[in-house]
Design a protein around this ligand. Structure first.
Ligand code: DC
Length: 223
């Protein structure tokens, strides 16, 4: 089977990470979590106490930052100036800051090249918000994963609990709604399905079923 680019976009908590990983594993593809780039930048922005809306300060950070993604089977590592900061990426504060910096056009422009380089050889599953619309508009197989907000909040709450983080499900739902609103209403590369994306609703499906639907469609497209 030809090695193509598969894009999986969608809102927070729709199951993109688990599904993208499983699809990549099944096909022997690289899995790339692009949200990790925005989260990596968010860690630095918070460390330096910078306002995520301050373009001048953001530009100064981006100019000198050596930010790279190291795709892996299970997770995408983020290296900042030689230091592995992967363990710091998944907190509610970093989620919100990542969403805020991701609305800045200069940040998106800066991260575009890094993402496209990772896809240069094909054979990769890219997870994000604008993979099918902006970063890889020519991708052969595009998916947009959705699920009811209450189901997404419940899943994300469970994930955070497993990590020992303690927000309530209501707080998770509120944060998620705010982040989705930021991500889908920003002027540049808003979260939305590409016109040629296949919509998959995971509200009533388990992970295995979603992966099955996606693999089935990929095989139809690529064969
Ligand atoms: O997928 P995630 O939750 O790790 O992403 C964190 C934030 O990064 C998300 O709220 C919006 C932003 N993001 C983006 O704008 N474009 C992407 N391709 C991936 C993430």
């Amino acid at each position: 089977m030809e090695k193509v680019i598969i894009t999986i976009d969608g809102p927070a908590g729709a199951g993109k990470t688990t599904v993208s990983r499983a699809v990549a594993k099944e096909l022997g593809y690289t899995y790339v979590d692009t949200g990790a780039l925005y989260r990596g930048l968010a860690v630095v922005v918070r460390q330096q106490n910078v306002d995520p809306g301050d373009d001048e300060a953001l530009a100064a950070i981006c100019k000198d930052l050596d930010l790279s993604l190291v795709p892996g089977v299970e997770e995408t590592k983020v290296i900042v100036n030689g230091e592995d900061i992967t363990g710091q990426l998944r907190t509610p504060e970093i989620s919100m800051t990542a969403s805020a910096v991701s609305a800045r056009p200069l940040v998106r422009e800066w991260l575009l090249g890094i993402q496209r380089d990772l896809g240069a050889k094909g054979g990769a599953v890219f997870e994000g918000r604008d993979m099918g619309t902006v970063v890889f508009p020519q991708a052969q197989a595009k998916f947009f994963l959705v699920a009811d907000p209450s189901v997404r909040a419940h899943r994300r709450h469970q994930e955070l609990q497993e990590k020992g983080l303690a927000p309530t499900e209501e707080e998770v739902a509120r944060d998620m709604e705010k982040r989705d609103r930021n991500d889908s209403t920003r002027a540049v590369a808003p979260l939305k399905p590409a016109v040629d994306a296949i919509l998959v609703d995971s509200t009533q499906l388990n992970i295995g079923e979603v992966v099955g639907v996606i693999l089935g469609r990929v095989r139809e497209i690529v064969s």
